[in-house]
Design a protein. Sequence first.
Length: 317
Amino acid sequence: MSAYHARGAISHNGDLIFLAAPADLLDRRVNICRLVISGLIVFRKNDRVFFFPFLTSSDPPVYGFFILCSAVRIELFVHGALCMAVSGKCYLSLHTRGQSANRGACLQNCRRTYVVKDEVRGTELEIDNGYLMSPKDLKTIELMPRLVRAGVSIFKIEGRARSPEYVLETVRCYSEALKCALAGQWSEERLADWNARLSKVFNRGFWTGHYLGETAGEWTSGYGSKATEKKTALGRVCNYFARNGIGHAELFAGEVCPGEKLLVTGPTTGAVVWTLKSLYVDERPADSARKGDSITFPVPERIRPGDQLYKLVPVER
């Protein structure tokens, strides 16, 4: 790996500031190179450029930074969990529990609350919002038109260790936002809908990171998810009748009624979310079903035996 320190030309278009690196540093003959430009670290592999989301140290700080070069595609991390350090370079998990973040095994000590201890007198202080190392999740869907104008063509969304319904809803929202931005059909109403849908799946609260010039981070106020919706287990899929689009499941918990929002997940199925329109118990129409019942129901997509059946309900806070 080679390292280069370059002086980039700076231009501004009213939305974002751009750093333009000399084209020879991005020569296609170089397989992997690292550019260090005013504190911005960029890794390049093949024809893609990867950006780490933090501010430059220039005065004034650079609010958005992109390498302008037609020979590469620009990739940007746009949604998901943020590390309190440069991802993979934190050693808390390794030193305290023997699991290395640099090997993808971080146990996320930073997501817990802590007290401060005076090493001389032994005094311990519990600090307001003790989650001092747990940043909110990144969400940049509201920046999509700017990112498109800036030349970003690859939008990276966190998916590792996330649930199927998280991946489904998050990718769907950003895909719709990208299409609207490209077609000139962006609207505040659509943005409000995407934000509401993104808030339903796992998140620790949202902010736009340092892309718009924030000099201080935003930290979560509690442990775990802030999602406005949660899933409760109902049962397991036994069969799917493709000709009629009918699913068959056995309930081992809870109760379900027409009009409720259901979720089916499985290793091949991924995630299917829909509102239950009708319900049959032992092949007879029913207004509800409960633990122990064998149910059939219309479902909009293919599901498979062994898939898990859930009900999605609002979270009361």
